[in-house]
Ligand binder design. Structure first.
Ligand code: KG4
Ligand code: ZN
Length: 351
């Protein structure tokens, strides 16, 4: 493996993916292992926290072993062990944090606690995939940029001027974008995981302009979001159709809902980029995998003269590679966590 100082072992267990990765210089993926628990939670219609924790306990050590094997290295080669310490499900986080602490202590390596949302942002800094191929144009985004983080728990607009230098501009006032996708998917009768299933349904010929749905812009100049009204409008649409005995075109509804979310996210991101003078926009988080959002953002950025950057699909959703990248830059800036590091389900994205 490369010289110590370059390699980070990262562990991520904040929700329902047990993941470990080995990342070189914060950018080259040497190994990226994700064990999904989707099949386990599907029959419950969502993530069951207690089951997630138990499964992390079973999978985390094998997943770490596999990541090290794939990277072809020994623990001695590592510079540090990075781990997601929050936000997320507390029991799930605890499994990863405890394992990372034990490994760091046993191997005599520094420990670096990483904020999960910071990880999502740093997915954009991964430039070489596991097979040695460039990711996107093979370059990390240049500072400053405007970042839209949209996941199951967050919808944040953040202006980022350097590693660890950022200013929050807006956030959701009710549902996160991913949460809205999941709830609407359930209302339409799709299973879990809702967002990807709804996206797939929309792409089955759904017309994004077939059904008129509200878009909440809040007060002028606000960079905050609100998705609960939109979600309620979808539910009312379904209820009205049921009362009238009418068939609902579910693909049209899925596409119209996705477009309404994408329009608001893109409009606000572009407005925030204009307000800050940033000419680069990056997307992060599970909802950044949404096809309507990617398409709308790409088209709009083209017209506005903005450069847009987003991770490949598998790096948008939860993984440890992104934690390894964020952990590396934190480590290089002198960030170290003590063995008192604890899981924090509500960890805020500090500056
Ligand atoms: O970032 P992530 O994997 O986990 C969290 O940190 O929350 O995001 C998961 C969220 C879920 O709400 C999921 O439904 C949504 O991202 N999501 C999508 C898509 N893929 C994942 N939503 C819409 N379209 C997708 N293709
Ligand atoms: Zn996530």
């Amino acid at each position: 493996m490369s010289a110590a100082g370059d390699l980070i072992l990262a562990i991520e267990t904040s929700c329902d993916e047990t993941a470990a990765a080995v990342i070189e210089r914060g950018s080259v993926i040497r190994a990226n292992v994700v064990a999904s628990q989707v099949d386990l939670h599907r029959r419950f219609g969502g993530v069951v926290p207690e089951i997630a924790s138990r499964r992390h306990l079973e999978l985390s050590i094998p997943v770490v072993k596999e990541a090290l094997e794939r990277a072809g290295g020994a623990p001695a080669d590592l510079a540090a062990v990075a781990v997601t310490s929050g936000p997320g499900l507390v029991g799930a986080l605890l499994v990863g944090v405890s394992l990372a602490k034990s490994l760091a202590f046993g191997w005599g390596k520094p420990l670096v606690g990483v904020n999960h949302l910071e990880g999502h942002i740093y997915a954009n800094f991964l430039t070489v995939d596991e097979d040695g191929r460039p990711i996107g144009d093979g370059r990390p985004p240049e500072f400053p940029f405007l970042c839209l983080v949209v996941s199951g728990g967050h919808s944040d607009l953040i202006y980022i001027t350097g590693h660890g230098e950022r200013r929050a501009l807006g956030r959701t006032r009710d549902d996160a974008a991913g949460e809205a996708f999941d709830k609407v998917a359930r209302a339409i009768g799709l299973g879990y995981p809702g967002g990807p299933l709804l996206d797939a349904l929309a792409r089955e010929g759904g017309d994004p302009h077939a059904i008129e749905l509200p878009r909440a812009y809040l007060e002028p100049g606000s960079f905050d979001f609100s998705f609960s009204g939109l979600k309620t409008a979808v539910v009312h649409h379904l209820e009205r159709a049921a009362l009238a005995g009418q068939e609902v075109n579910r693909a049209d509804l899925a596409a119209s809902f996705s477009q309404a979310v994408a329009d608001v996210l893109v409009d606000k991101t572009v407005a925030a980029a204009r307000a800050t003078g940033a000419n680069r926009v990056i997307l992060a988080g599970g909802v950044a995998a949404n096809s309507a959002l990617r398409l709308t953002m790409r088209e709009r950025a083209g017209r506005e003269g903005l450069t847009v950057h987003f991770p490949p699909l598998k790096l948008c959703t939860d993984n440890a590679a992104m934690i390894g990248s964020a952990g590396y830059f934190r480590y290089m800036a002198g960030g170290r966590s003590g063995l008192e590091l604890n899981a924090d389900p509500n960890l805020a994205l500090g500056s």
